[in-house]
Design a protein around this ligand. Structure first.
Ligand code: DUC
Ligand code: ZN
Ligand code: ZN
Ligand code: ZN
Length: 485
């Protein structure tokens, strides 16, 4: 069974060109002019791009006393409808440890996902058990470990724990990821605003200023440098964090930064709505920033100092947000964006001239495929690659509204934003799983787990300073020792 995508312009991270794509089964067989197949997908007037990869989701995550409302079924279908063919979700271990949590995540996703997926594993403490389990997690196809520097008393790890885990990552050929906010300062500021009688959602933003993110980003980078491992900073939201990443990269360290589509487009004004629900729905960490930070993030994507646009999709209903009605620290943190990431980034990035179509492909798919070590199976249009493709129609328009979304929550943080540029077709491993204007639905169970191998040794080298300062021993003869020793 073969399919040909005909008449489109292929947009890859490195170039754009006109060609047809022949798909055989689940993979790309050939690329060239005038190809023939059993069925034809019309791409005239459209761009054909690698399917989007969202490397940062929290589907059905138990968190802050509740569970994220977005299911694997609704979330993975929402992703496909917006051109995203793969998500990477965070496994959060409970008391039973990493492997039990992995099993729970694997069971939920295998049963429900319509599109492909993979996992990151969170390291939320340190012990011999953590040390041992990390190797088993790598053997199961996970090469990334997440560290929370915030959420004190819950998920947060201290510097000694992070340093130990980073060294373990280096030994295993894994990449540490970091949620970089200074959890001690956040906790102190939360107490301060509650004590001052300011329990509203705007205090959420005041308790997590850019300084706490900048400090933690610098600290994570230096700890990674000391451990001899690259590091990936998730949801980079401000200039202070971006500056730390830029500086490290300029010194030759492998440090990656991941802005979210929410931070690129929405600002701190969202927390000052007269409507409590509206502001609480937009509570996430880090919080939305002011416009000058947005300019920094856009510049970083164009300059290459930031590499990936994600969503941190953690969708809670309004009723769940109301757990924090009298205390902003109890509002479940998280916003959605899985189905809107690609159209909003295209509209605000490519349509405005901030990003080229090739840069769009790089930051939505190719870069993260390379960072996660799944390129060119994913993130590429090459013979042999999985046929995960989006036929992107730059003339299609819609106004984003919760009333029409695939996400199962009751609002959308991008409500009212008009987008231009949407998938005409989304293709996952050779199958059309979304087509504009047709009433398709989720296909639970067709998504596949994508195992990711450890990184080759060369990817472990980081700092230039490390070798210069490596411990050396010195022999001292008795006459050079203090008397009596
Ligand atoms: N931030 C959020 O807003 N939600 C989930 C976890 C996180 O770090
Ligand atoms: Zn986070
Ligand atoms: Zn997250
Ligand atoms: Zn001597």
């Amino acid at each position: 069974m073969t399919t040909v995508i005909k008449g489109g312009t292929i947009v890859a991270a490195d170039r754009s060109y006109e060609a047809d794509i022949l798909i055989e089964g689940e993979t790309i067989k050939a690329i060239g002019p005038d190809l023939k197949g059993d069925t034809v997908i019309d791409a005239a007037g459209a761009y054909v791009m690698p399917g989007g990869i969202d490397p940062h989701t929290h589907l059905e995550m138990p968190f802050m006393g509740t569970t994220a409302a977005e299911t694997w079924e609704s979330g993975s279908f929402a992703a496909l409808s917006g051109g995203t063919t793969m998500v990477v979700d965070f496994v959060i271990p409970g008391e039973d440890g990493m492997l039990a949590a992995f099993d729970a995540w694997a069971e939920r996703s295998a049963r429900q996902a319509s599109g492909d997926y993979s996992f990151h594993m969170a390291v939320t403490g340190w012990s011999e058990k953590h040390f041992d389990e990390m190797e088993k997690v790598v053997a199961r196809g996970v090469n990334t470990f997440k560290h929370f520097m915030a959420y004190k008393g819950a998920l947060m790890v201290n510097d000694d724990e992070m340093f130990a885990s980073f060294q373990r990552c280096a030994a295993l050929g894994a990449l540490p990821l970091v949620h970089a906010e200074n959890g001690d300062i956040v906790a102190a500021l939360q107490q301060k605003y509650m004590a001052e009688g300011r329990p509203g959602p705007e205090s959420h933003a005041f308790s997590r200023p850019p300084e706490v993110e900048g400090e933690a980003t610098n600290r994570a980078i230096m700890i990674a440098d000391a451990a001899g491992v690259p590091v990936y900073i998730v949801h980079t939201s401000c200039e202070q964090a971006h500056e730390a990443i830029r500086r490290a990269r300029q010194k030759g360290m492998r440090v990656y930064g991941e802005p979210l589509i929410q931070h690129l487009v929405l600002d701190e004004g969202e927390y000052f709505s007269k409507d409590w629900n509206y502001s609480a729905q937009r509570v996430m960490s880090p919080p939305f920033r002011n416009k000058s930070h947005q300019d920094s993030l856009w510049a970083g994507l164009a300059a290459g100092s930031l590499q990936v646009v994600a969503t941190d999709h953690a969708a809670f209903t309004t009723a769940q947000k109301q757990f924090g009605l009298t205390d902003f620290t109890k509002i479940p943190n998280g916003t959605g964006g899985l189905e809107d990431r690609m159209p909003v980034l295209w509209t605000r990035g490519v349509e405005t001239g901030r990003l080229t179509p090739n840069e769009f492909v790089a930051v939505t798919s190719t870069n993260i495929a390379q960072i996660l070590n799944i390129y060119p199976q994913k993130g590429a249009i090459l013979p042999g690659s999985d046929a995960d493709l989006v036929v992107w129609d730059p003339t299609l328009t819609k106004t984003i509204t919760a009333a029409n979304q695939k996400s199962i929550i009751d609002y959308n943080v991008f409500e009212g934003i008009a987008v231009k540029g949407l998938p005409r077709y989304t293709i996952s491993r050779g199958e059309v799983v979304w087509s504009d204007g047709q009433n398709s639905g989720p296909r639970p169970g067709r998504g596949k787990f994508i195992a990711r191998k450890p990184f080759p040794a060369i990817n472990r080298a980081l700092s230039k300073w490390k070798e210069l300062t490596a411990p050396r021993s010195v022999t001292r003869s008795p006459e050079h020792m203090p008397i009596g020793v």
